[in-house]
Design a protein around this ligand. Structure first.
Ligand SMILES: [Zn+2]
Length: 316
């Protein structure tokens, strides 16, 4: 069966294309949950997680998993930037615009404005809405949940994912993002993030997939079977607790650390080598105790580049 499409588009010199989505569950019921990934076409983890979730939920709806029931209607858009995904590009390939800077969109506007309008129109009626992102090509992030200008409901519900939570205000850039557009409607809104763009990181995907399943059972969209129970210690952080470590000089940054672990002030985060002589220019150490949220994976560093992000207990 041909997948349903959010928006059909034509191109100057190729066949037409569309943004496919899944709608799973009883069509007579109100839309309970909308899940979106791939607004940035090179953020593969979210696209993979949502395509795998769609396969699982179609299986549940077809009663292939004894005892597991889907009680509500769920909408899944695995890849909004379909063309970017095919070309491994973050931005919309034709005009290089960022779809996550186009919300709330305009249904008579340019292509990315029409895409934004179609995504918002399809997802705004859901009570729960989740947008997936990775970090950029340079920094790997641990799997975590973000909430913005959170309501009491969002703050309480966030804990059901079993992930570390980062709560932020909506800044000027985010006012044209999907999360901001969603917040103009009643309901609860979340951003799930993990890994870095350009790669498929199975460990992060599994962690986020289990978090999503735990949420689906917690809000009773799913019931039965053996829902995952994540035993991991989780933490909550707010604005002013996200510490950015910037490099003083250029070089090759190499680190053996994994994201998502606590480091103590003075712990070695990585080594900066001279790219020609191979000598050590600097040992980069944690300036504070903190949870390693993000770490540079693109080794070529210039002066002033971000090397690591730490989530710290005390506000700075
Ligand atoms: Zn993104």
């Amino acid at each position: 069966m041909k997948p349903r499409s959010l928006l059909d588009m034509t191109a100057p010199c190729r066949e037409d294309f569309e943004i496919p989505f899944h709608e799973i569950g009883d069509p007579a019921k109100p839309l309970s949950l909308a899940l979106v990934a791939g607004i940035h076409g090179n953020e593969l983890n979210g696209v993979f997680i949502l395509s795998r979730l769609a396969d699982y939920l179609h299986g549940v709806a077809a009663q292939r998993y004894p005892g597991v029931k889907l009680h509500h209607r769920v909408l899944i858009v695995p890849a909004v930037n379909v063309l970017g995904l095919n070309l491994r590009m973050r931005l919309w390939p034709f005009d290089k615009t960022d779809i996550n800077r186009m919300f709330p969109g305009f249904d008579l506007g340019e292509t990315t404005q029409r895409i934004a309008a179609a995504v918002l129109k399809a997802t705004r009626e859901a009570f729960y809405r989740i947008d997936f992102h990775s970090s950029n090509l340079e920094i790997e992030e641990m799997p975590h949940l973000r909430i913005y200008d959170a309501s009491e409901g969002e703050r309480a519900r966030a804990e059901s994912f079993g992930l570390t939570i980062l709560e932020n205000p909506i800044d000027a850039v985010l006012t044209v993002s999907l999360i901001h557009a969603w917040k103009q409607y009643s309901g609860e809104n979340f951003v799930l993030r993990g890994g870095n763009a350009g790669e498929l990181q199975l460990e992060h995907c599994e962690r986020l997939f289990h978090a999503l399943l735990q949420f689906l059972h917690s809000v009773k969209i799913l019931s039965g079977g053996n829902p995952p129970s994540i035993e991991e210690e989780t933490h909550q952080f707010g604005a002013g607790q996200n510490f950015r470590l910037i490099s003083d000089q250029a070089g090759f940054f190499v680190s053996k650390l994994k994201v998502g672990h606590w480091v103590q002030a003075g712990d070695l985060l990585g080594v900066l080598y001279d790219g020609y002589k191979g000598t050590v220019r600097e040992e980069i150490r944690a300036p504070k105790n903190g949870l390693l949220l993000g770490l540079r994976r693109q080794p070529l560093v210039f002066q002033g580049d971000l090397v690591a992000r730490l989530l710290i207990r005390n506000r700075s």
